[in-house]
Ligand binder design. Structure first.
Ligand SMILES: Cc1ncc(COP(=O)(O)O)c(C=O)c1O
Length: 366
């Protein structure tokens, strides 16, 4: 698999250029409204004085770092603001692979495709371990795979694409193993607000010099275009992270950070609860429609993706395009996430037309 070519954009473009009406379930762009306070903050920003249009501190607005730190129970010095969780993941991986302690990165299959791309770009070697069939962590397999060559283990919970919410004891177990082998565990929690199971627990309270947690506001505030994320890491790594962030980016967008800060201060929990409830209902309706045609699917506990398998129709790129042309539904090929679910297709339910899409799939495969 070539992880450096962005398949998401390729398929979104293919779907947009297709002849008939196509329901786009490719992208992970939320379709709900950003918090109203965020919109107001951006509007107000236009009238701010000239100075507020200049460089912010490279590691992020202090008030934003301090608020994140306070809410997460860590020191402000442990927080760096990044251009989305994507950059936070890159910084964490760079730190792990630059320490001179091993060069192997353990990734769990199915894999969010940007992870292997980044590991390769940073000169690391991938070691891919399948998750259990329900998407949970196979501790035994990770234990066996880990050695003193292991520099990094990447976990993502709630998970894209399986929807699994990891047991926090499993996460702790992997961090314990990383302590034994002097490796770093990166826990990507970008979907932390989308937990339908009530079981999600963040890895931030796990006090270890071997865990880095990343997250951001792209999904929870429906602002994938604003690019505000963060990493929380042990203080010993923060200088390395700051240097790399500064040399690559200089800084992150100041108005975007300001708007997120205002939204964090003012947005009631009901905003997140409503988005979560809406997506949970959609998942239920989408999977109920899949039940009617006897398709297999993963039961998401979190995030907003459903992996589906239709008999005799493996989730290849060619079949995904056929589904766009012939059924009018665009998903992602399971094969782009590794081998474990290569027969499956991934559908993002961030569209009000999710049920209609399931009905179209029903008709096509029925
Ligand atoms: C698992 C995972 N991590 C990170 C990201 C990127 O997030 P951001 O927009 O904050 O860079 C995504 C986006 O889809 C994702 O699914």
């Amino acid at each position: 698999m070539d992880y450096t070519t962005p398949q998401f954009f390729h398929l979104m473009q293919y779907a947009a250029e297709a002849e008939g009406d196509v329901i786009d379930m490719v992208s992970g762009n939320p379709d709900f409204e950003p918090p109203s306070t965020l919109r107001r903050a951006l509007q107000a920003y236009a009238d701010f004085d000239q100075g507020r249009f200049q460089y912010p501190p490279s590691d992020g607005l202090f008030e934003l770092r301090a608020l994140i730190a306070k809410r997460r129970g860590v020191d402000t010095e442990q927080v760096i603001i990044t251009n989305g969780a994507g950059e936070a993941n890159y910084l964490a991986m760079a730190i792990a692979l630059d320490r001179g302690v091993g060069s192997e990165a353990i990734l769990l299959d199915p894999i969010y495709p940007y992870y292997p791309g980044k590991v390769e770009m940073l000169g690391g070697t991938k070691r891919v371990i399948a998750t259990n069939r329900d998407g949970s962590i196979d501790i035994g397999a990770i234990e066996q795979a880990m050695s003193d060559e292991t520099a990094l283990v990447v976990l993502n919970t709630p998970n894209n694409p399986t929807g699994a919410v990891y047991d926090i004891d499993d996460v702790r177990h992997v961090i314990d193993l990383a302590e034994t082998h002097d490796a770093i565990v990166l826990v990507d929690e970008i979907y932390d607000r989308f937990d339908y199971s009530g079981r999600f627990a963040s890895a931030v309270p796990i006090d270890s010099e071997h865990r880095i947690v990343t997250s951001g506001y792209s999904k929870s505030m429906a602002i994938t275009g604003l690019r505000v994320g963060f990493a929380i890491m042990p203080e010993r790594y923060i200088d390395a992270a700051r240097t790399r962030h500064m040399l690559v980016n200089v800084a992150s967008s100041r108005p975007a950070q300001y708007a997120v800060l205002e939204a964090l201060r003012e947005t009631p929990d009901t905003y997140y609860a409503e988005a979560r409830a809406q997506l949970g209902d959609r998942i239920d309706a989408f999977t109920a429609a899949l039940d009617r045609v006897g398709a297999a699917y993963t039961e998401p506990e979190g995030s907003f993706y459903v992996l589906t398998r239709f008999d005799g129709f493996p989730g290849t790129m060619a079949n995904t395009k056929r589904l766009i042309d012939e059924a009018g539904v665009a998903g992602m090929p399971g094969a782009t996430f590794g081998d474990a679910f290569s027969d499956w297709l991934r559908f993002a339910v961030v569209t009000p037309r999710a049920v209609e899409a399931a009905e179209r799939l029903g008709e096509y495969f029925g």
